[in-house]
Design a protein around this ligand. Sequence first.
Ligand code: SAM
Length: 213
Amino acid sequence: MRRKGRKQKEVRTFPNVFHGKLEIISESLQKYFNNNHPVVLELGCGNGEYTLALAQKYPDKNFIGVDVKGSRIWTGAKKALSQSITNAAFIITYIDRLFLVFKNPVVEEIWIPFPNPFPLRRSIKQRLVHKRFIDVYRKICLPQAKIHLKTDDEILYNYALKVIEEENLKLLDATDDLYNSDLYKDELTIQTKYELQHINDGKKIKYVCFTFN
Ligand SMILES: C[S@@+](CC[C@H](N)C(=O)[O-])C[C@H]1O[C@@H](n2cnc3c(N)ncnc32)[C@H](O)[C@@H]1O
């Protein structure tokens, strides 16, 4: 518990971590990256494993991991600093507030690997593909932006497909068994701790990719 508290405090001193007044973060990010490269987000990034793997694969893009838990971001941010991964940064905030950071639609791609499934009816609104999040993504994304969701959870997978239909979004790819699909290549082979755990538990990994119409 004390360690978590220390990380929460320390992470706020890292030069690649942004927090606090959301309205000024975009300017700080601009200064930090010091280029106009495309912006890619990982939402609910936890330890930032996807953010860092993508950043190393694509040095000409800027990757930003977003999570409300600073103690988790600490791990990814620390690793980025120690490995000199300069095209990755992190924001500590609730995802539904991101429209305050990106006042213009600049995001080229969003990755949502293994979000909390929130299976209960009363917590549907917390699912990162709920309409209230889609409305935020619409505001901050470029028109052709791709949103990628990876999950082991069947309820969340089916829910995402339902929202895509209801919200008139454009489904680009979907599989309920990624590892036995032609889609299993490139960035989709990046595995987080959660993904490995689900595979060890014998679960099938599901994947959905959509864009705006
Ligand atoms: C199950 S973890 C997955 C972490 C990571 N994507 C991975 O695959 O290793 C989900 C993360 O999403 C974060 N999260 C959930 N809802 C959020 C929200 N509304 N705003 C910010 N972070 C959120 C949690 O704090 C948690 O760290």
